[in-house]
Design a protein around this ligand. Structure first.
Ligand code: B12
Ligand code: SF4
Length: 441
């Protein structure tokens, strides 16, 4: 459509959620944290809009929606694009468990003649590890959906130009050409998108790629083993922009921040923001178990405001996960849990019946009320425990097995190692140790 003398291209970015076991879309009144994938694509799309990559007379209007906190109505998206006269929907950051939902959204949109592209870890991972041999990818292609493998930095404008020309390719495959991300447009989201999350916390990737080769790791097949990173100046910009919007806590999503080649310069910049400029910022990072060997790493992380660290370990006892608060109450992995579950009666996975209103709403309201009481009760119990520990004069003398130094006989004496899986793991470790010592050919 032409408004004034300008043409418009409506770009809708959607980060799909996935279905729960009952076939309802997992959605919350407030999701815990803005999606980095959505922010990355939004930042790149805004840059394309500013550079007028579709021509000097074409405005690109970018809209971003996260399905974990917003109900996606395909009819409304289609109406927005038809009203603009041109546009497309990009389903972004789609992981394997979200791919079926992404396909269902794509099916409805394609029926309304809307150009659709899907990208994210599932497409990239499937192409790099299985050569694209996945029936779901084939289904997508069959319905005219365009697939994008690899990273969008430096490539988004080509997809937009193809879409505008009505010539989207069935597959954009950049897996063999991972881009440098220094100086590329930074991830960001509009304030109204961020407001749909719990608030205070946001995330960004300072870098991609990890030099290690853990046998169970899929990520290195997608993001590679070479460290590619944003510049300290870009990271400062991300922090300042978000800080101005009230964000105080940042999740740096690098799989292994300790192996980001620029970690020290980045931390120095963050230390300056905290210590010289008194910005009250805190960080969550992910590292490997050897990070303590990097000179200054732990000290500088502490000064930069790192408050929580994820360390990936192979799990000796998978039952541990079942002990999480969220699995009991919401039947949900803790990383997927948000605040106040929303369910839309009509957004049910194809193959599941649409429940009549008289049955759906009372059940939903009862579930919600029961879960809220359970969460409040859990909070009160933990708060009581916390206060008891905080005021216990003996608290600094407390110790238990988990905090004790490694003992030479613990594999024989601790119950943790008593399961068949743990024993198999130990046998393999002993064998590998002997190979390293040259005792086994
Ligand atoms: C950070 C992270 C999280 C954070 C997300 C926080 C946040 N604010 O976003 C948290 C902790 C919440 C999380 C949760 C989960 N995660 Co996670 N997560 C990651 C991690 C480490 C980084 C993801 C990221 O932000 N990358 C940076 C963005 C910019 O990259 P990207 O999404 O790939 O997007 C780029 C390209 O793919 C492309 N692109 C993406 N989409 C599109 C679309 C189009 C049209 C185009 C053109 C381009 C394009 O452009 C982008 C920029 O280059 C990845 C591992 C990894 N390194 O990818 C795992 C990973 C994605 N997570 C994974 C999983 C399994 C989960 C959970 C399902 C875990 C669980 N059991 O609950 C949940 C799902 C939650 C949810 N609702 O999405 C798996 C997915 C595996 C798979 N086969 O799909 C991964 C790969 C880790 C792994 N190997 O196990 N996760
Ligand atoms: S350290 Fe983490 S990101 Fe690196 S290869 Fe191992 S599992 Fe993958």
């Amino acid at each position: 459509m032409e408004r004034g003398c300008k043409k418009h291209f409506c770009l809708v970015l959607v980060k799909p959620s996935h279905y729960d076991d009952d076939g309802y879309v997992i959605q919350w009144l407030r999701s815990p944290i803005p999606s980095t994938s959505l922010a990355a694509l939004y930042g790149l799309a805004q840059d394309c809009a500013e550079r007028r990559v579709l021509g000097p007379d074409v405005e690109i209007d970018v809209h971003a929606f996260d399905e974990t906190n917003t109900r996606i109505r395909c009819d409304s998206l289609a109406a927005m694009i038809h009203a603009a006269g041109a546009g497309m929907v990009m389903l972004v950051g789609v992981q394997s468990n979200q791919f079926p939902r992404a396909l269902d959204l794509a099916t409805t949109l394609r029926k309304r003649d809307i150009p659709v592209a899907i990208g994210g870890f599932h497409v990239s991972g499937t192409l790099s590890m299985l050569d694209g041999a996945d029936p779901d990818l084939q289904r997508a292609t069959a319905m005219g959906v365009s697939l994008f493998a690899g990273e969008a930095e430096g490539r988004l404008e080509r997809v937009l130009q193809d879409a505008d020309a009505g010539a989207l390719a069935p597959l954009y495959n950049f897996m063999d050409d991972l881009p440098g991300i220094e100086g590329t447009p930074i991830p960001l989201l509009a304030a109204e998108t961020v407001r749909r999350t719990a608030g205070g916390v946001t995330s960004f990737d300072a870098g991609r790629g990890c030099p290690y080769q853990c046998s169970f790791c899929t990520i290195i097949n997608v993001q590679g083993r070479k460290s590619r990173h944003r510049s300290p100046a870009d990271i400062e910009k991300i922090v300042r922009l978000n800080y101005a919007e009230g964000m105080r806590s940042f999740f740096i999503t690098d799989d292994n921040f300790a192996r980001n080649k620029d970690w020290e310069r980045i931390l120095d910049r963050l230390i300056h923001l905290r210590e010289a400029e008194k910005l009250e910022i805190g960080f969550i990072i992910q590292v490997d178990t050897l990070c303590h060997k990097l000179r200054n790493f732990i000290e500088k992380c502490a000064r930069a405001g790192v408050r929580r660290v994820f360390i990936g370990l192979e799990n000796i006892n998978p039952d541990n996960l079942l002990g999480e608060g969220s699995i009991d109450f919401e039947k949900m992995h803790p990383l997927e849990c948000g605040f106040l579950r929303r369910k839309s009666r009509r957004d049910r996975r194809p193959g599941f019946p649409i429940e009549p209103a008289w049955r759906f709403y009372p059940k939903y309201l009862t579930e919600t009320a029961v879960n809220q009481v359970r969460w409040i009760w859990l909070y009160l119990r933990l708060r009581r425990l916390y206060l008891r520990i905080k005021h216990d004069p003996e608290r600094l003398r407390y110790t238990d097995f988990a905090m004790a130094a490694v003992a030479h006989d613990e594999a024989e004496t601790r119950a943790l190692f008593g399961t068949a899986a743990a024993q198999a793991y130990l046998t393999q470790e002993h064998r590998l140790a002997k190979i390293r010592e040259g005792q086994v050919a």
